[in-house]
Design a protein. Sequence first.
Length: 278
Amino acid sequence: MGSLLPVSLLVLLAAAYRGGGGARWRRAARAPGPGGSSPTPSETSVPFWVRINPEFKAVPPGGSVWLNCSSSCPLPENSSLSTRLRRGRTHSGPGWVSYELVDVRAWSSEVRCFVTCAGETRGATAKITAYKQPQSVILDPPVLVGSEYTLRCHVTHVFPVGFLVVTLRRGGRVIYSENLERFTRLDLANVTLTYTLPARPRDLLQPVTCHARLSLDGLVVRSSSAPMTLTVLAWSPAPKVLASTSIAVVVGILLVVGAAYLRKWLLMQSPGRGGGGP
Ligand SMILES: *[C@@H]1O[C@H](CO)[C@@H](O)[C@H](O)[C@H]1NC(C)=O
Ligand SMILES: *[C@@H]1O[C@H](CO)[C@@H](O)[C@H](O)[C@H]1NC(C)=O
Ligand SMILES: *[C@@H]1O[C@H](CO)[C@@H](O)[C@H](O)[C@H]1NC(C)=O
């Protein structure tokens, strides 16, 4: 069981998201806020609470969210929001202010709202996460070349890639798992993982699956491919495929920005799905 021999691994990462390239990504860092970094302690402290609702929200990249900041202060002197996200509209009523945040792209952002009541300032914090569950997780039919299967898994339209783990399982057991945390690009992406598995007779007819897991703050999103069976009926590969795999062996990890490769793959895969060979 221990001899997995990861002969080649190729991760193709394609920025699938136009318009994100030159964007300025705001990172969760400490910034000198315009106010409220050190609330002035007051001697005549009035008990009051400040709430922000929701406290956690996950949105698609570029999406928007409304946060309602409310307090029990009968006469708030001031109410403000501290965030690096872009602001949209604001609505308010007695004891509450609702803020819209737009174009959320940072994978994790902290938003604080402050209310000043009788000279005392209190705050509440919300966390906003931008993520995109993979549109699809597709495992190509395993290709047998010589004494090795090539397993290729496509995870499309996923964000943020740095929080993605792609796992291959054979008969339910993990045969390979890859954490993509080194990919720090903040784009929606297509990821293709290629793994070479030595062919063994006892693995024949075993189902292989590919799993994508996004682990964000307090949120785990899982998607899986349909199972593929390891067969001896070789699904004949195109020569170019082998070439790109061997390049990958040399380079290890290939970062490709552009649609050409993946589109070629998808075109080649589409007629070959299912194991209806003779
Ligand atoms: C209200 O909050 C804003 C933004 O934090 C700040 O500039 C202003 O001085 C505050 N006003 C009062 C009365 O606290
Ligand atoms: C904000 O919260 C307050 C207090 O819970 C509520 O009365 C108000 O309707 C909410 N406003 C919006 C726009 O949801
Ligand atoms: C990513 O995958 C999707 C869905 O398969 C495809 O339509 C799109 O062209 C791909 N994008 C790139 C940049 O390869």
